[in-house]
Design a protein. Sequence first.
Length: 151
Amino acid sequence: MLDPAAGEPAEQPLFEEASGFRVLLRGLGRRCPRCGERRIFERRFTLKTRCPTCDLRFEKEEGGFLGAMALNYAVAVLFWLIVMAVGIALTVPVVPVAPLLVASIGVLTVVPIWFYPRSKTIWAAIEFLVERAQPDYRPPMRRDPRAKHLE
């Protein structure tokens, strides 16, 4: 007996599944967590709503980048603590307050501005990893254009 469905090729994923570490590295490199696309920013600080290649939605809900703001703050404070620790360690007998204050203002101004786009893409990568871990997650599939039924 002939099975008409046996001749149809099985659907294949549109993008190969990346490891969690690679997804986070893509986020650090300001790339799409799913496909690695580089053109996901409209301007330096404006992330597109969706990836132009794989159509991944970056902000899942209104206020979804609150985690990115917290991540940006944490990185800025970490850099500031390192600068303070090194500055105090190098000048321990007489700690100069004015230069440390200037360095603090510089670090807490420059680091958040520099890290802001990365914090958004890292947070998008974290959200993608959480979404991908859900039991009902389905990756985008390569479809036969001659297929009669579409979802």
